[in-house]
Design a protein around this ligand. Structure first.
Ligand SMILES: [Zn+2]
Length: 368
């Protein structure tokens, strides 16, 4: 299909942190080799979009946000014929793709098996609107899937609401639960029951956890959590920390949690996270994404309890495949479609961002 000459696409651009979004038009050209031009179906607002918008971390401006995106292929650039699993791709196919792309094979891809941390890695929704090809974020009508991204065709059975968070929220929690080594019979504690925590609980159950304990100060989230595999939901602000530790350890006999997942973003919860663990337990940090997340811990506890502490930033491409398969296989077991609980037009991006920032919705979706 030829792209009509002079075609323009709308983008919701923000001039600087906390400034209103403005709809601007940018040219849409034919995809170059290795690119795919996609018409966006849905983009959900991730907590990291909120952090960028509020200026908690640097993001080029005037900018285009949004990296949890799905879309329909308009045109394939030269060299792109199949998705990462070998499925043929054609215009009209609905796809998801990795939230990041890399400059090309390098030491991190070839030797370390950490392609997601390649030097020069860049993410959708993290670039200035002026940067070619302009359409590289979710808050718009079009997006170019850029070279060295990982693409997956979406099964027809999945709704847009189920499919959109796969390439960030779900894939990230696939990586987190993998790094935390969750296996059959484990007792798992999840610190934070936002979208990541709910997916994390569900994935832990699917990986065979016998018991999942969720911690969140928001009552509505604790209630929802029972439908995502959380057996016991506690309010960490309701009791002194020592009592919370006692309650959690008592719920994980005989010696405490096998694994703890931090997805709340507050470094001050880390000492309790360590204290929940059994001897030989594993602790994965995935929420404390902002620089300056300082905290004091008793390192002797890590040593004495033989704790494994691991961090997760971005996910491996294999986690994207697993995320899609997990959602597809468990869509009747867990109500994933309910997580996208607010829908907005592109010209309502400001309201969507505000509702997401103030946690009025779990996942705000922009439907252009
Ligand atoms: Zn994200």
């Amino acid at each position: 299909m030829a792209i009509p000459h002079g075609l323009m696409g709308r983008l919701a651009v923000y001039e600087a942190p906390n400034r209103p979004f403005e709809i601007r038009l940018f040219p849409v050209r034919a995809p170059r080799a290795g690119e795919v031009l996609v018409r966006i179906r849905m983009s959900t607002i991730c907590r990291s979009d909120v952090h960028s918008y509020l200026g908690h971390r640097p993001n080029p401006c005037p900018g285009v946000l949004g990296h949890e995106i799905i879309g329909t292929i308009v045109e394939l650039g030269a060299g792109i014929t199949h998705d990462m699993r070998g499925e043929p791709l054609a215009p009209g196919d609905r796809i998801t793709w990795s939230e990041y792309f890399i400059p090309g094979p390098n030491y991190f891809t070839e030797v370390l098996d950490l392609p997601q941390k390649s030097p020069g890695v860049d993410k959708y929704g993290h670039m200035a609107a002026a940067t070619d090809p302009h359409h590289h974020g979710g808050f718009g009508e079009y997006c170019y899937v850029l070279p060295q991204s990982w693409i997956l065709k979406l099964p027809e059975a999945l709704t847009d609401e189920e499919a959109t968070p796969i390439n960030c929220g779900v894939a990230t929690m696939m990586c987190v639960t993998e790094r935390a080594g969750i296996r059959m019979g484990d007792a798992v504690v999840v610190q934070g029951l936002g979208l990541l925590g709910l997916y994390g609980a569900a994935i832990a159950k699917a990986r065979g956890a016998r018991r999942v304990i969720g911690l969140d100060t928001v009552a509505s989230r604790r209630e929802l959590a029972s439908r995502f595999g959380v057996d016991l939901a506690l309010d960490p602000s309701a009791v002194p920390e020592a009592e919370l530790v006692k309650a959690v350890r008592a719920a994980c006999p005989p010696d405490g949690a096998d694994a703890v997942l931090e997805v709340c973003g507050y470094p001050e919860v880390i000492p309790a996270g360590i204290a929940f663990l059994r001897t030989g337990g594993r602790y994965a940090l995935a929420g404390v994404v902002n620089p300056g997340s300082g905290v004091t811990i008793d390192a002797n506890l890590l040593l004495r309890r033989m704790v494994t502490l691991t961090g997760v930033h971005n996910y491996h491409p294999r986690n994207l495949v697993e995320a899609l398969d997990f959602v597809h296989a468990n869509r009747d077991r867990f109500p994933f479609h309910e997580l996208v609980d607010g829908k907005y037009r592109l010209d309502e991006a400001g309201k969507a961002m505000q509702d997401a920032a103030e946690r009025r919705v779990l996942r705000a979706a922009i439907v252009p």
